[in-house]
Design a protein around this ligand. Structure first.
Ligand code: PLP
Length: 457
């Protein structure tokens, strides 16, 4: 063996998995790629220089058409909560599929009512958050939350946060303030974006004890200058997901909720990525901030991959929508309800939240150890199993290491780990695996990241 070959470190060994994927017999990856280019919208994005095709999943593992196994550290963008094709979820969905796939909500069906009751049970006692409207996507849930807030308050203006992501329907796109996702045509009126309370990159940073209050002041300032002094709602994610795992500083939401309520507005919490135990210490992200919203929107993890979302609110707010007819054809369909109920059963029955806390803590410690070894790791943040690693060119200027981040994502894939990336500059690794991930998987992930960060492009 030559001296240079001897220097190449061996690839970290992937933990074993007894599951054997089925042989794949469909069109080739090249055929799928060319059909996609010709027949699907060019707006779809693919990860990786050489896009991969995923044809099967089992718990924290994904398989490509050749049977190659990957550790899924992004969970289909935080959508798969308890594991791909979790056997208990699969069993419930298959049983429901065999009985009835669709019945409109103009007829009674037990699943929706049962699921709504169970969801109410996950909300803090005496919060009054007990009434749910089921829809099919996070964007729809946010649209509906805004409509309810506007109907209830009689006000129109809504305040979100810069760098926030709330979806891609017309109204949700207007709320989404991440520049890379905004088209140059108006997508919403009366939507305002407050300064992002980012302790790593914002004007008030981790060394400023008054940062949270200073950022909250900007919401008051918006209400003074940009709205008629009244607002319908304030909406924020407890930790920004697509925006690059940006944590809101302690005390910020509490201060903002007071300001917004004093102006007659309602507070909406977008739990599309953060809910259902992923935070570890708490079931809902808002609980980490010691606040109770008026409206909670949820999607993704609620159904372990099903097109299922929901808006949960108080009865008085929900009543605002009943002034006229309102209808959603697929919202609350029995198959999605079965998937949601079974997912919640697994989350509660298999102590998934405790797992997110325990395994997520282990993973975060592993990532923080990498920060000590690699000067390009500027920040490690997040809670439970919603973690982010921000890469910088140097720690003083904090200049985003955008190109290096893209390389790291590629190298991780070569070594069998799928991670995401996000943030305004595309320089934050997003690590949000299915919550069945083990400590051993996390050690593997960190070993892979260690090598990916060490390699020179
Ligand atoms: C925080 C947040 N809200 C809303 C959405 C929109 O959800 P959907 O893509 O289901 O419309 C997303 C999607 O990534 C999200 O991350």
């Amino acid at each position: 063996m030559s001296a240079s070959a001897a220097k190449v470190p061996s690839r970290p060994t992937m933990p074993t998995c007894a599951f054997v994927p089925q042989p794949y017999s469909g069109p080739s990856r090249q055929e799928v790629l060319s059909m996609r280019r010709e027949f699907l919208t060019p707006a779809l994005l693919t990860y990786y220089r050489d896009p991969i095709m995923i044809v099967q999943g089992h718990m924290q593992w994904l398989f490509d058409e050749t049977g190659r196994r990957y550790l899924d550290a992004l969970a289909g963008i935080v959508t798969v909560s308890v594991g791909h094709c979790h056997p208990k979820v699969l069993e419930a969905v298959q049983a429901q599929n065999a009985l009835l796939q669709h019945a409109t909500t103009i007829y009674l069906h037990p699943q929706g009512a049962l699921f709504a009751k169970r969801l109410a049970g996950t909300m803090p006692a005496s919060s009054g958050l007990s009434v749910t409207y089921f829809v099919n996507s996070g964007s729809e849930a946010n649209d509906l939350a805004l409509l309810m807030a506007r109907l209830k308050t009689g006000a129109w203006d809504v305040i979100g946060l810069r760098n926030g992501y709330h979806g891609m329907s017309a109204t949700a796109m207007g709320l989404t303030a991440l520049q890379s996702w905004r088209h140059s045509v108006p997508t919403g009126f009366g939507l305002h974006h407050a300064r992002l309370p980012d302790l790593y990159r914002g004007p008030f940073r981790e060394d400023d004890p008054h940062a949270a209050a200073k950022y909250a002041d900007d919401v008051a300032d918006l209400i003074r200058h940009c709205t008629p002094g009244k607002v319908a709602a304030f909406i924020a994610e407890p930790i920004q997901g697509v925006g690059g795992t940006v944590e809101l500083p302690p005390g910020y939401l509490k201060a903002v909720y007071e300001i917004v309520r004093a102006a007659g507005g309602l507070c909406i919490c977008d739990e599309v990525q953060t809910g259902f135990g992923r935070m570890g210490e708490h079931f809902w992200g808002f609980e980490c901030h010691g606040v109770t919203p008026d409206i909670v929107t949820m999607a993704k993890g609620i159904g372990n991959g099903a097109p299922l979302a929901a808006v949960t609110t108080r009865a008085d707010i929900a009543a605002s929508l009943a002034q006229r007819l309102h209808f959603n054809t697929y919202g609350g369909n029995p198959v999605s309800m079965a998937q949601g109920l079974a997912t919640l059963d697994v989350i509660l029955g298999e102590r998934i939240q405790d797992r997110a806390h325990e395994v997520g803590g282990h993973l975060k410690r592993g990532l923080s150890a990498l920060q000590k070894r690699h000067s390009s790791v500027g920040d490690v943040r997040g809670r439970g199993l919603m973690l982010g690693v921000e890469l910088v060119e140097d720690r003083v200027s904090r200049k985003p290491a955008t190109a290096q981040t893209a390389e790291v994502v590629e190298r991780c894939r070569e070594m069998g780990v799928l991670v995401g990336k996000g943030g305004l500059y595309g320089n934050v690794l997003r690590i949000k695996p299915p919550m069945c991930i083990t400590r051993e998987d996390c050690d593997f992930l960190c070993a892979v990241l260690d090598q990916a960060l060490s390699a020179r492009s």
